[in-house]
Design a protein around this ligand. Structure first.
Ligand code: HEC
Ligand code: HEC
Length: 715
């Protein structure tokens, strides 16, 4: 990746900063000197592993996939079998070989083999494989063996890699008004320069984003807009130090220059410039003024501060002398920023900065003390805590899925009400802070068209206006299955009828995992497989026509079985179908039902009204609500389940589901997937959660004071 700083001479200081940082973050680790192959590692780790787990299928005779692993050359520098080793590395890294019909290899033995292959590949001048890159992406975290993470056998100290973590889109949306007065909080009135991930899973992973050239271009245009606002006489956040520097002609006075540079540092980075920075930026102001005149010169120099890496990234490199394990702790300022952005979209508050600058943010105990303060209220009121639940459950997607009823019956389908209700439920459960995960999955309470007034107190929800035309099936009451005479009370949460329990039976979640007029059992089942059971479903292969057959006289269950029970399809679909089908009890809007309407081909066709298509009469087929848990890897869990609620309750009661939840929390708050080395951090977090009776606050405190959060491997 290259950033051509020269093309933008005026902003050189900032852009060169970005370029340097990009180079630092994107560069491969320095190649090691060509070394002799580690034959002992081959003999002790790799050879026995291949023999035990691979050669039965990949022998010398007629090997599977055309790949023989019977006599691979252990000398990768020699080059003969490098391609084969790369393929082995990739398939084993991703947990795809041996196939899951075979016994799982021991996780630590696997890790040893991979370490060996990786080192040898590097000796041969090969770059870290794409497989490792994939493992770092959201949606792939489950590929690390669950039992190996939680069986307590990994005890080595952990840390995270040193890194720079690009500011999130949310943080940028908060940054702009803060420094410029442009727009309100959270409202970006200038273009968002940063992209977000469209992939499944968490959106803000440190490894996902680098700042590429178009982004830099947008950032520079935005920086100019921000400076215009900062220096405008009207509107924006006119800064008096900048106005003073802009007034007058000729070379500016040193004192005015210094005051303006210091002010911009305080606005953007919340700190004094160092003597060196002050000299550098003061020099830049003067040079620019000499080159381009007072106004342009001053403005470009002020814009350069907005483009400093420190303004656009959370810098997490650590500082100080490495400890006995080769780790350094985050510098106090780095830790202040890490804690602040873990919970909100804003930089550290005054108290955090004071602690950092006063030498009181240097230990895990210091971080714990600050977290006690920051988490004192309901944690779900903190933007990033709510965002965790939104990205884990993905219920806000209900607002994105178009529904046919929107056309059929005007504007009565209001997914934003349902999404808001689920947010209230999360706030309610997290506020109680007891058995949070299980409560979220099993509570029969819900909010219904819940509203609060400006004082934060609940106000009576309003029934749809055109009640004559209103179909109670799609107004909030009908979607939740409440009786027609439900009193529209503000006294909430209320208890829902017996077939509802928790977020996965909230209409928002069900409508999100459904299409415009049909349920999506595969999507629902995939969610349960990945986010509750911690399983892996390989990506849908390119070339598979992932459509249900067009057979309106059949139920979705029947149409799904008709295509996915073929052996090739079933190797993946056996992991999703039976976990998603129990949710067929709920239709594509999240309404509970006892029958599914299908086309009645035997009935006489209804003659079409003028100008309309022929209507096929429908008949109700009684609904099959059953499913099956299989391949869970949890003793005693597999077996048939009568309903979705029973299934979710059964899974929610397991240690596995809770630990998988902890793994997801780890990913969200560390901004990366876990590795085997993070096992102690995960175990400690799980323990803190269990021992506190299921407190999210305890879980968060454990994660945000863990080695993985506080320490970085020294370069
Ligand atoms: C039960 C039989 C079986 C076992 C055991 C097995 N494999 Fe495979 N392997 C296959 C089959 C079948 C294919 C071809 C289908 C595919 O690519 O998934 C394959 C494909 C591969 C490929 C891709 C070949 C290519 O050139 O595209 C690699 C690499 C591989 N296996 C590595 C391994 C390794 C390493 C092990 C041991 C850890 C292993 N396999 C164990 C059956 C097996
Ligand atoms: C390697 C794994 C794999 C194989 C093999 C596979 N699928 Fe899938 N299939 C998936 C995944 C994963 C999804 C969910 C896709 C997503 O996330 O949107 C899916 C989704 C589907 C869907 C539902 C799409 C939707 O709108 O919800 C259908 C239908 C489907 N597959 C049919 C098939 C058929 C038919 C075959 C065999 C010819 C097949 N699949 C083979 C993994 C697989």
């Amino acid at each position: 990746m290259t950033v051509r700083a020269r093309r933008f001479p005026g902003l050189a200081a900032g852009v060169v900063g970005i370029a340097t940082l990009l180079a630092a973050s994107a560069a491969d680790p320095p190649a090691e000197k060509k070394a002799a192959p580690d034959t002992a590692g081959f003999r002790d780790a790799a050879a026995p592993f291949l023999k035990q787990h691979c050669v039965s299928c990949h022998g010398a005779e007629k090997p599977k996939g055309g790949l023989s692993l019977a006599a691979l050359d252990p000398d990768l520098v020699n080059g003969k079998d490098v391609e084969a080793w790369k393929a082995v590395f990739e398939r084993v890294t991703l947990g795809e070989m041996p196939p899951d019909s075979e016994p799982r290899p021991d996780a630590k033995a696997t890790a040893r083999v991979l370490t060996w292959v990786r080192a040898e590949l590097e000796k041969a001048g090969e770059k870290p494989a794409d497989a490792e890159r994939k493992l770092q992406l959201p949606g792939h975290g489950n590929r690390v063996d669950h039992d190996a993470l939680f069986d307590g056998t990994v005890t080595a100290p952990s840390a995270s890699p040193p890194r720079v973590w690009r500011m999130s889109t949310h943080a940028y949306a908060s940054f702009v008004p803060r420094v410029s007065g442009l727009g309100g909080k959270g409202k970006v009135v200038i273009p968002q320069p940063f992209s977000t991930s469209s992939a499944d899973g968490f959106k803000d992973f440190a490894a996902l984003f680098a700042v590429d050239e178009p982004t830099v271009g947008q950032l520079m245009r935005n920086a100019r807009r921000i400076v215009e606002a900062q220096t405008a006489a009207k509107g924006g956040k006119s800064v008096k130090e900048f106005a003073a520097l802009l007034a007058g002609t000729g070379p500016p006075a040193d004192a005015d220059v210094a005051a303006a540079v210091r002010k911009q540092f305080h606005l953007v980075l919340l700190r004094e410039p160092t003597a060196d920075e002050l000299a550098r930026f003061a020099g830049l102001v003067k040079k620019n003024v000499a080159d381009a005149g007072r106004e342009i010169g001053v403005k470009t120099a002020l814009a350069a501060v907005l483009l400093l890496p420190e303004a656009l990234y959370k810098v997490e490199l650590g500082a100080g002398k490495p400890d006995a394990h080769g780790r350094v702790m985050l510098a106090p300022r780095e830790l202040a920023y890490a804690l602040a952005f873990a919970l909100s979209d804003d930089p550290p508050d005054a108290a955090l900065l004071k602690a950092a600058d006063g030498g009181k943010l240097a230990t895990a105990a210091d971080a714990r003390r600050e977290l006690g303060r920051l988490l004192a209220g309901n944690p779900a009121n903190l933007p990033r805590v709510m965002r965790f639940f939104e990205e884990y459950f993905e219920f806000p997607n209900a607002e994105e899925v178009f529904k046919d009823v929107q056309v059929e019956r005007g504007n009565q389908w209001k997914p934003e009400v349902l999404v808001s209700d689920t947010r209230h439920l999360i706030r309610y459960v997290v506020g109680k802070d007891k058995d949070v995960f299980r409560e979220l999955l099993t509570t029969n309470k819900s909010f219904v068209a819940y509203k609060t007034g400006p004082d934060g107190k609940p106000v009576a929800p309003v029934p749809p206006k055109n009640s004559k035309k209103a179909d109670l099936g799609i107004d909030p009451v009908g979607v939740y299955g409440l009786p027609k005479d439900w009193p529209w009370t503000p006294d909430q949460p209320v208890e829902l009828p017996g077939d509802r329990a928790g977020i996965l039976t909230q209409p928002s979640w069900l409508a999100a995992y459904a299409a415009n007029n049909e349920t999506q059992p595969i999507q629902r089942g995939k969610w349960v497989r990945e986010r509750l059971l911690g399983g892996v479903v390989p990506d849908l292969p390119i070339g598979v026509d992932a459509k249900l057959p067009d057979a309106p006289e059949k139920t979705v269950r029947e149409r799904l079985a008709a295509v996915t029970h073929e052996t090739y399809c079933w190797q993946c679909h056996r992991k999703m179908n039976d976990l998603g089908l129990p949710f067929e009890q709920f239709d594509y809007l999240g309404r509970s039902r006892t029958a599914e309407p299908v086309a009645d081909l035997a009935a006489p066709k209804v003659p079409p009204k003028k100008g309309q298509a022929t209507v096929t009469p429908l008949k109700d087929v009684p609904l099959d609500r059953t499913g099956r848990i299989a391949f869970s890897g949890v003793p005693g869990l597999d077996g048939p389940v009568p309903t979705a609620v029973e299934m979710v309750k059964k899974i929610a009661a397991t240690d596995r589901a809770r630990q998988v939840f902890v793994r997801h929390a780890f990913r969200f708050w560390m901004g990366r997937n876990e590795t085997l080395a993070d096992a102690p951090t995960l175990l400690a977090a799980d323990k803190a959660y269990v021992e506190s009776g299921g407190s999210l606050r305890a879980l968060l405190t454990s994660l945000l004071t863990s080695d993985a959060f506080l320490y970085r491997w020294a370069k």
